[in-house]
Design a protein around this ligand. Structure first.
Ligand code: TXA
Ligand code: MG
Length: 318
């Protein structure tokens, strides 16, 4: 984990507070903000390093894909493809406590770390007036998981956020207690509407709107089942981990002071390495299928999440 202690600003829910929060987010800082469900830990979703810092601040050992927050349905089309049943649900329930997992727009501006390398992205338009004000002012999409350290309960007040993350984030925008208190309901399309996580929007309301029963699929089953992860996330090339150098037929994905085709972080910075990881794997995938040798990555802080991801990418598959 990053050891540096930040002075976390406690921002008021007024015009100056919103302007300061927006300014910080645009500069790549981490700002917690209220939504109607829980407080989110926000970062510019187009900034690889800012997104990597979310995982660092939360102490997450895995790169779960994150939810991207935008101020309106219209804004979605810059980042993702909102069509068919997904569009119908968006029209019915946004703004509100509903997240839709939809295809990424090809060559869009979102950091690959936001969707953990998947071809889809989770998006929502929150209803909280302060969240709406902030998202409108900031002008970039905001990636935000709940603003708690990994494994702890989700925060529904600014004080909860400060209790868990003070010194690890630049600011919290204080909008008082959140109304809903549980996270948003997440729906994917398989192509049938599929419940990925029950949450603040009741399933009954969704079923009434779609006129059909939702397919129910556990959040964990859809994302963290190792089989799914390997088939979704792995590059085509074989990977060899903990390599000190490339063999003659291999390409080298380096870390630290080594000779490499691509280097995750020449200076050995784990936040920088995490920021580059998915983008570099995609790039190497696009450039051919010669095997990839990967430098050892220290197994602490974000290194744990990087190693988790690399082990899955290197796992045998059929
Ligand atoms: O209420 C909420 O949803 C809060 C507030 C801050 O908006 N946010 C939140 O984010 O709970 P987070 O990052 O904790 O939830 C992300 C979850 C992942 O764990 C995963 O289950 C699902 O969203 N998810 C994200 N991207 C996905 C994708 N491409 N495919 C499937 N599931 C995805
Ligand atoms: Mg959470």
């Amino acid at each position: 984990m990053a050891q540096r202690e930040l002075k976390t600003e406690h921002l008021k829910a007024d015009a100056a507070g919103v302007a300061r929060a927006a300014e910080l987010l645009r500069a790549g800082a981490l700002v917690s903000f209220p939504t109607e469900t829980v407080y989110g830990l926000g970062a510019d979703a187009t900034n690889d390093t800012a997104v990597a810092r979310i995982f660092d601040a939360k102490g997450r050992p895995h790169f779960n894909p994150l939810i991207v927050h935008v101020p309106s349905i219209v804004a979605v089309s810059d980042y993702a493809v909102l069509e068919g049943k997904a569009r119908d649900l968006a029209m019915a329930f946004w703004p509100g406590p509903l997240t839709l997992v939809i295809p990424l727009k090809p060559n869009g501006p979102l950091s690959a770390l936001v969707s953990a390398g998947l071809p889809t992205v989770a998006i929502r338009v929150p209803e909280h007036p302060l969240a709406h004000e902030l998202l409108t002012a900031v002008g970039v999409p905001v990636a935000a998981p709940s603003a708690n350290p990994s494994g702890r309960i989700s925060p529904s007040t600014a004080q909860h956020v400060l209790d868990g993350l003070s010194g690890r984030i630049e600011a919290v925008l204080d909008g008082g207690p959140c109304g809903v208190g549980v996270e948003s309901t997440i729906v994917g399309f398989d192509p049938a509407p599929t419940l990925l996580r029950p949450g603040g929007l009741p399933v009954e309301a969704l079923e009434a709107a779609t006129g059909q029963a939702l397919v129910v699929r556990g959040e964990d089953a859809s994302i963290t089942a190792p089989g799914q992860l390997t088939s979704h996330y792995a590059p085509n090339a074989r990977m060899r981990l903990n390599a000190s150098e490339a063999l003659t037929n291999e390409r080298m994905l380096g870390f630290g002071d080594v000779e490499a085709d691509l280097n995750l972080s020449p200076s050995g910075d784990l936040v920088e390495a995490a920021a580059n990881l998915f983008g570099y794997l995609h790039k190497m995938d696009a450039e051919g299928d010669a095997p990839i040798a990967v430098s050892p990555i220290p197994d602490h802080g974000l290194g744990r999440a990087i190693n988790d991801r690399l082990r899955r990418a290197a796992a045998p598959r059929n």
